[in-house]
Design a protein around this ligand. Sequence first.
Ligand code: NOJ
Length: 541
Amino acid sequence: MGATWWRQAVVYQVYPRSFADSDGDGLGDIPGVTSRVGYLAELGVDAIWLSPFYPSALADGGYDVDDYRDVAPELGTLTDFDALVGAAHAVGIKIIVDIVPNHTSNRHAWFLEALASAPGSAARNRYVFRDGTGVDGSLPPSDWQSHFGGPAWTRLTDADGNPEQWYLHLFAPEQPDLNWDNREVHEEFLTTLRFWADRGVDGYRVDVAHALAKDLSDPLRSKPETPGELPLDGSDPLFDRNEVHEIYAEWRQVFDSYDPPRTAVAEAFSAPERRALYARPTELGQAFNFDLLKADFDAAEFREVVEFCLAQAAEAGSSSTWVLSNHDVVRHASRYGLPTGTDLDDWLMTDGLGTILDEEQGLRRARAAVLFMLALPGSAYLYQGEELGLQEVADLPAGALQDPIWLRTQHTKKGRDGARVPLPWTEEGATYGFGSGNAWLPQPAAWSRVAVDQQDGVGGSTLELYRDALRIRRELQTDETLDWIDAGRDDVVHLVRPGGWHCVTNFGTEPYALPAGEVRVASAELVDGQLPGESSAWFTA
Ligand code: NOJ
C-alpha cells in the first residue's frame, strides 16, 4: 500500500466527545479513544478520523476551535494525543485529524485581539469585519445568510456599549470567518498542518473546504440564500470559488514534504461536476461525496451514484469516497426505515413519533447498504456506532440539545445531536460502559441490547457482520475497477471486482437466487441459496 494507502482505505470516524470517557466526566476523551484502539483493530479499520478535539467552548460541537495546536483540557493533553498516535500506529491504524480553516471560534486569540483592536487594524483584517449599512450602520453589510439560520453577520458593541462594526460568520456567531485574502491566515494554517504532521498524523479532513475564498470586493455581492445550485464557473461570491484551489495547491507542498506524503480529504459542497477539482493529486487528493448518503435505498439510484462518482474520481486522478453516515446526518439505520421522502427535520421534531420508523427494515437495509459500499473501489468512511446498527436518537429532550441549529432556528429544528449520543459498550452500567459518570447526552434504554459486549462474538450481529466484511475486504481487495453484471431484475444490483469478488444487493423484497460461487459474507441469512429481500452478499467465483 505505502503512500497510496488512503485510496481504498476504511476510515472510521470518531466523534471524540461521544466515543469513550476515560475519566468519568461525561465527555469522551483522547485516552478513551486510545483505550479502544484494540477494538478498532479488531474491527479491521485502516484509519481513524478524529472530529475536532481542540480547545473549544462547543458552540458547534468542537468545530469552533480556540487553538488549532492543542488538545481540549477536558479531553486530554498533547501527550495523550501522542500516546493515541503511538497506539494506533503500533497496530497499523493511521490517524486523520480535522482541520477547520474557514472559521475559528470567537475565543481564539486572534479574534480576541481583533475585538480589542480598532476598525481597519491588522488584527481585524484576519477576519471579515465591515461597517453596517443603512443610516446608522444598523443593517448588516450584506444579505449573506448563516448555514445555521439567520444573518451571517453579527454586530459588535464597544466597551461603552456603543454599536460598532459587524463581523461575518457563515455558521454560528461563535465561529467568525477568517479572511483568506490575508497572507497571515495562509501561513498560520501551513504551520498547523506541519504541527500535526510532525506529531505523526497521517492525514487531514478539511472542513467546509469550498468556502475559504470569498469575493470580498466592495460593495459585497448579494447572496440571500445558503447553497443551492452553485455555478459551474466558480463565480459564486462565497462558495467553490476558483481561488480556493490556490490554497490547496500550497497545502499539497506541505503534504508532499513528508515521507510518506500526508493525505487529505475535502468536505466540499460544490456543483458535483466541480468536486474533482478538490480531489486532484496536486491539491487535497480526495473529496467526500455524499451522493450515496443522500440516495434512497434503490437499485437504480445506487448504481447511478456509483457510476458518476467513479467517473469523477478517475477524472480527478483520485479514488472515490463513500459515506452512509456521519456526525451531521440522521443515522442511516433510521433513514432507511422511514418512508421515502420523509422530511427528517420534521420527523425529529415529533421525537420520532410523527412517522413510524420501521427499525427492523432500517437495520436490514443498512446492513445491505454497507456490504454494497464496502465492495466498491475507493475509500469507505464509517461513522462510530454504525457497526452496532445504532438508530438515531430522535427523542432527545429539548433541554439536552446542544446543536446550535436548535438555538439558531428558534427551536424549529433539533439539529444533529441524535447522531452524537455516546456509544454503548456494555449491557450494564449507567452509561452502558461509555464512562463511569453521566453521558453528556442521554442514551436510550434500548442501547443496552445493542452494546458492544452484546454483539461481540454473536453470529449474525451487526458488529460481527462489519468485522467479517472488513476482514474479507482486505483479503479480496483489488484494482480500483468494477464491472456490472446483469442480474435480470431491476431491483437487484450485481457487481464484480477484479479477481472474482462479487457483490449482489437485493433492493427489492422478493428473494433472489444467487449465481454459483462461494458465499463469503451476507447481510442476512440465505434461504436455500436465495438472497432475501433488502440484503447483500459477497461471493467469490
Ligand atoms: C461541517 C462539519 O461537519 C459540521 O459539523 C460543522 O458544523 C460545520 N462544518 C461547520 O464547521
